[in-house]
Design a protein around this ligand. Sequence first.
Ligand code: 5GP
Length: 193
Amino acid sequence: MSAESKQIEATEFTNPNFEVLYNREQIQTRIQEIGARITGEYGGKELVLVSVLKGSCIFLADLMRSIDLNLTIDFMAVSSYKDGTKSTGDVEILKDLSNPIRGKHVIVVEDIVDTGLTLSRLLEILDSRGAASIKLASFLDKPEPRIKTELKIDYTGFVVPNKFVVGYGLDAAGRYRNLPFIAIVKNLAELVV
Ligand code: 5GP
């Protein structure tokens, strides 16, 4: 790593506008626990992890390596329509799965569930494709703004307050996904994006 990139990294890691909620070690410990649970529950089944791009890519990478089973992965990208800043629940599939999920045991891997509108719609779409089972793993659960209260998260990393968070895959205008921790952005207006 060059001295210049080290400097950029150090600046982001110590940004006073970030309040670290969970650090690298806490995240890894929690993911190992989730992976062990999934390993125990899916033995002998054809398991597919479906990652919803882009935010869940880092969670997927760590989660899949903590599961001691044969599995495959696939990716979807959806755009959720917003009415102002709120999700409306209408989704457009920007990138669909590469392989059919009929007869497979699917775990949808998400970065964060907020209102739950986007994910509810996505689960309906996947449900119509004949999977043997569909469960949901979300790295973060932000329950306060939940509209789809019936949405069940089967595997949750951490429950977070109703604040905007970045890091570990989650972005602000495309940045900060590479931070190895999860942090609350104290002042969104101050964020350099
Ligand atoms: P909803 O559950 O409201 O339909 O939308 C969930 C999506 O909104 C997540 O996949 C994520 O992209 C985005 N989102 C919700 N809360 C946050 C947050 O605190 N930080 C970031 N970076 N994205 C969020």
